[in-house]
Ligand binder design. Structure first.
Ligand code: SF4
Length: 90
């Protein structure tokens, strides 16, 4: 069986829980296995590192930049004139 990266129910209140994965551990299920308590849960050092990681500058991928700019293109002509709409009479 392939180990899952998805956090378990006990991870619910943990700030390191990113929803589909844990920020620190590859297999959250193993951290809670057999009555153990996760070392990252309520760990102030890890949480401080996580907050620093969140504040880091982000580099956007080409795909993200393209998506951002695709809606920002101007639809008017180069001279700033409005193109006649369909059905407009001159
Ligand atoms: S650090 Fe531990 S409790 Fe927090 S999300 Fe990861 S596995 Fe769960």
């Amino acid at each position: 069986m392939v180990p899952s990266a998805k956090p378990v129910r006990k991870c619910h209140a943990c700030p390191l829980n990113l929803g589909d994965r844990c920020w620190h551990f590859a297999t959250p299920r193993d951290q809670w296995r057999a009555g153990r308590r996760c070392a990252g849960f309520d760990n102030a050092t890890l949480q401080a590192e996580f907050r620093l990681w969140q504040k880091r500058p982000q580099v956007k991928t080409r795909k993200e930049l393209r998506r951002e700019n695709s809606g920002a293109r101007k639809r008017s002509s180069v001279l700033g004139e409005q193109r006649p709409k369909r059905g407009d009479k001159h």
